[in-house]
Ligand binder design. Structure first.
Ligand code: GDP
Length: 481
């Protein structure tokens, strides 16, 4: 007699090595515990220290989050009746990080993962500006509280803050030692746009414990994955080493913890996966992102074909009609998932395997969930499809991505996959080589600091520590390996 497994036991496997806690209402967010039924086993396990710090962060979010008296008082200080002085003398008071993510969904996901890690390193409550689609995309990551910035938050027009405002870190860094100090400001604004200035980027060298911790509110605007820069700051090194003994899977673990698609998006994911991908022997993902315009380009199609042929990812086809087809019973099947705004690349590749037989007899099916034609960021259905497709890419066995694309970074990072990256074409020409294997599954930071925090001077930041290197697809970018 085998007793039926209790709900708790049956969930054990779904907890991702302690990344997740049981107890959420499963029906309200099916993907949280059920994603494991569609995923390969964990590519990397979380360290015990990471698991402990996540539980502490969850407790902090609950103790200080929206709806609590502490939050109300802290927010009040920012409002019209606040005294304009943000300094808190109470060491137990809660401190907040308000994140304003922007640009496409890939950018926003990378920004949220980075801000979450920064919040955890600096004991801040993370609150995310919801924009127009965030609640349609993701479940709440923390129990009994919300990570969404309440709509009645006293500071308005957050999306239009720039490094020029008096509250900006840029000004504090420029005028360091002069009159303006953290204590005089209701909040500090950190501008980490990929095109921000030298003074903005000094934030990456900031020792929060000495300086910024006096600011109860940090408002941060970013569109990218700034985690590699945190690994260059001596202030966080010891803690980051404990959190992530392996440096190549920081995004993977943070993303598996934070980003659980809503039931609607999970429906898009699972229906597509079960219909077109599940039963194949192998799954290959090809993410096509073109930055030169939305019209089809032959040099991009050539690049996809050159890359997949060179790396033996797609089977060769035979030019000659091989005569009556042999039986395909027992033949290996390969499902190819393509994503992109255009359907032209997909139709060409699907046509290739329709019109010609494969040399070794594999059966190749090619699928693309959507072709939106143009980027419509912020529109809920459009963003939901984008998320579903990033997630589907993460469920493949091998993945080819487009260089410079944060959409692609999320696809491979979420899946724990080390991709083949197609280098960004210059002058509308297929690059040679067309692609190369990435050094790790980590995303690339596009707007890195060029400053050595220890030596206090400019430096090649891809050479300071062994685990932070330049990216394969962007020579000045930085990534963890
Ligand atoms: P990046 O611009 O490639 O770094 O990626 P982002 O995700 O930040 O921005 C691109 C946006 O364009 C996406 O978020 C989608 O809105 C749209 N988009 C680009 N490629 C695709 C695709 O393959 N599928 C879908 N559904 N949308 C895409």
């Amino acid at each position: 007699y085998l007793p039926p497994p209790s709900r708790h036991e049956s969930n054990q496997d779904g907890l991702l090595g302690g990344l997740l806690v049981p107890g959420f209402d499963e029906q309200s967010c099916i993907s949280r515990y059920k994603s494991t039924s569609h995923l390969k086993k964990l590519a990397r396990s979380p360290s015990t220290h990471l698991v402990k710090r996540l539980r502490e962060q969850e407790a902090l979010q609950r103790r200080c989050g929206p709806g609590t008296e502490t939050y109300r008082r802290a927010a009040e200080r920012l409002g019209p009746r606040g005294n304009g002085n943000g300094t808190t003398t109470d060491d137990d008071a809660c401190k907040y990080l308000v994140l304003v993510p922007y640009r496409g969904l890939g950018n926003r996901i990378l920004a949220m993962a980075s801000a979450f890690l920064y919040a955890m390193l600096t004991d801040r409550v993370l609150l995310v500006h919801r924009g127009t689609s965030l609640p349609d995309l993701f479940c709440e990551p923390f129990q009994e509280t919300s990570w969404l910035l309440p709509p009645d938050f006293p500071l308005g027009d957050l999306e239009n803050l720039t490094g020029e405002v008096p509250e900006s870190y840029r000004n504090l860094a420029r005028e360091y030692g002069r009159a303006a100090s953290v204590s005089d400001l209701p909040y500090v604004f950190v501008d980490l746009d990929h095109a921000c200035t030298y003074h903005d980027k000094l934030f990456y060298c900031d020792d929060h414990r000495e300086f910024l911790h006096r600011a109860p509110w940090l408002v941060m605007r970013t569109d990218g994955y700034f985690v590699p820069a945190l690994f260059l700051n001596p202030a966080y090194q010891e803690e980051l080493d404990k959190l992530f003994p392996r440096k190549d899977s920081v995004f993977y673990l943070l993303a598996r913890y934070l980003f659980h698609p809503t039931n609607k998006v999970w429906g898009l994911i699972t229906r597509f996966y079960d219909s077109y991908l599940k039963d194949s022997d192998e799954r290959l993902g090809i993410q096509v992102r073109v930055f030169d315009g939305d019209t089809p380009f032959k040099h991009v199609l050539d690049q996809i074909l050159a890359c997949t042929s060179q790396e033996h990812l797609l089977p060769e086809v035979v030019a000659q009609d091989p005569g009556p087809p042999a039986s395909t019973a027992g033949a290996r099947s390969k499902a190819v998932l393509m994503t992109g705004l255009s359907s032209w690349y997909f139709e060409n590749i699907r046509g290739r395997y329709w019109q010609s037989a494969t040399a070794a007899g594999e059966v190749v099916s090619v699928h693309q969930p959507s072709h939106e034609e143009h980027q419509l960021t912020g529109e809920a259905t459009h963003d939901m499809k984008a998320l579903a497709e990033m997630y589907l890419l993460s469920m493949t066995d091998a993945l080819v991505t487009s260089g410079w694309s944060t959409f692609g970074y999320v696809g491979h990072g979420l899946g724990g996959l080390t991709p083949w990256i197609m280098f960004k074409p210059e002058n509308l020409t297929t690059p040679d080589p067309p692609c190369g294997r990435a050094a790790s599954m980590e995303p690339c930071l596009h707007g890195p600091p060029f400053y050595d925090c220890r030596a206090r001077r400019g430096a090649d930041t891809g050479k300071l520590v062994p685990h932070v290197r330049h990216c394969e697809d962007m020579s000045w970018g930085l990534k963890l390996v």
